[in-house]
Design a protein around this ligand. Structure first.
Ligand SMILES: Nc1ncnc2c1ncn2[C@@H]1O[C@H](COP(=O)(O)OP(=O)(O)OP(=O)(O)O)[C@@H](O)[C@H]1O
Ligand SMILES: [Mg+2]
Length: 386
């Protein structure tokens, strides 16, 4: 069982504190996890198509992906709220896939997760603790409510809560039992910007203190970066890449990942491979060329070329680069975004330059990026050409 108190190993002296620190027993392993939804006995939709992930004890993973890619389905299977079609889920070396939700040691933070309407929030949060005769249930509720900035909500009934308040209650409910594993589905999306930042920090502190092995679904890239040890990028029921934020940004596995992760978005343009070998030269539009570190491109092939706005550097007029006319120059204080029309390209590209760069609308300019930051992708299936 998980530690039953909210006393942290760092700041408190609870006798069971040693078990609250990340221990080998808290790893979460998904093996070829699959889900096909059924309607009237017939398979209707394959939402999760074989996920393999090994999440280390105490690690926080952010699960990112477009709407409908299978994120909630994955979390619901881990929580035991959805049956599993194939594969296994283990905490430590114990399979939990056939256990009822209450026996899994998984804290669940879903906004829609039911609260008992007749009970106020304090009673809702304390209910499970009291049923299991946990001492100091009320003190634990108070301590957690204070940390999640929701003390004033304790005396309210669920029906009276705003969506942001419901989210804080859902988070408290996930945390109150001190589980080994925590799964949170967009836990902060309805909070306003400043509350969101504070609660996010507090969540991170609690997660670290108690060593919860955690998966957080978020649509917010900044949130993913600020919280996560590793990112799992999902599309169409498959984990496309699982790695540290740096690995995912610097070395995207495919075009989908490159396109999905990063703000402002990566520029993706068509190009034709001119020369290959120890490096690759790609012709783009009417006369621009870029050099890539890739060594396996086929001369003459049309490929997709990716350059992140953040990697763009000014290029001399006669040097390799994307050359064209600046259409829009946006000085955003921290940096300047330049939108550039490149002859022969159907859409403009965007470069992020240092703030105060001497560029104005109508200027003829060029950008390039270091050869290892010019990514090539197969035009048909988006796989990375390395
Ligand atoms: N009970 C169900 N029966 C049939 N199909 C379902 C069911 N629940 C979800 N789906 C489908 O499975 C796919 C994955 O849904 P899921 O809720 O896991 O996506 P998600 O990644 O959480 O998306 P979002 O970001 O919008 O929350 C979707 O296409 C959805 O329509
Ligand atoms: Mg969802």
């Amino acid at each position: 069982m998980a530690d039953e108190t909210l006393t942290s190993p760092r700041t408190g002296a609870h006798p069971a504190a040693a078990t609250a620190a990340p221990s080998a027993g808290n790893s979460l392993t998904l093996t070829d996890l699959r889900k096909t939804y059924m309607t009237r006995g017939r398979p209707t939709f394959e939402a999760v198509k074989g996920i393999d992930m090994q999440i280390e004890p105490g690690e926080l993973v952010a699960l990112l992906g477009p709407s409908g890619c299978g994120k909630t389905t994955t979390l619901r299977m881990i929580a035991g709220l959805e049956t599993v079609t194939g594969g296994d889920i283990r905490i430590g070396d114990r399979s939990i896939r056939d256990l009822p939700p209450g026996k899994r040691d998984v804290g669940v933070g879903f906004e829609s997760y039911a609260l008992y309407p007749p009970l106020n929030i304090r009673e809702n949060l304390a209910y499970g603790l009291k049923a299991r005769k946990v001492p100091d249930a009320d003190a634990r509720v108070d301590a957690l409510a204070q940390r999640l900035e929701m003390t004033e909500l304790l005396k309210l009934r669920p029906a009276g809560l705003s969506s942001g308040q419901k989210q804080r209650v859902a988070l408290a409910r996930a945390l109150i039992r001190n589980p080994k594993v925590l799964v949170l589905d967009e836990p902060l999306s309805h909070l306003d910007a400043s509350a969101r930042q504070r609660v996010r920090r507090e969540l991170k502190v609690l997660q670290r203190e108690f060593g919860y092995t955690t998966i957080v679904v978020t649509h917010d890239q900044l949130e993913a970066l600020s919280l996560a040890d590793r990112l799992a990028v999902m599309d169409q029921g498959i984990i496309q890449q699982f790695g540290t934020p740096d690995e995912v940004f610097d070395d995207p596995a495919n075009q989908f990942v490159a396109d999905f992760v990063g703000e402002p978005k990566i520029n993706l343009v068509e190009g034709v491979v001119e020369r290959s070998g120890s490096g690759t030269t790609v012709r783009i539009g009417d006369g621009s060329v870029l050099q890539s570190r890739a060594t396996t491109a086929t001369p003459g092939a049309t490929v997709m070329v990716g350059i992140r706005p953040q990697d763009c550097r000014a290029a001399e007029a006669d040097a390799p680069g994307l050359h064209g006319e600046a259409l829009v120059v946006e000085d955003l204080q921290e940096f300047t975004l330049v939108t550039l029309a490149v002859p022969g390209l159907p859409a403009p590209v965007v470069a992020q330059l240092p703030s105060g760069s001497p560029v104005g609308p109508g200027d003829r300019i060029g950008f390039s990026a270091a050869a290892d930051r010019v990514y090539l992708f197969d035009q048909k299936d988006g796989t990375r050409i390395r």
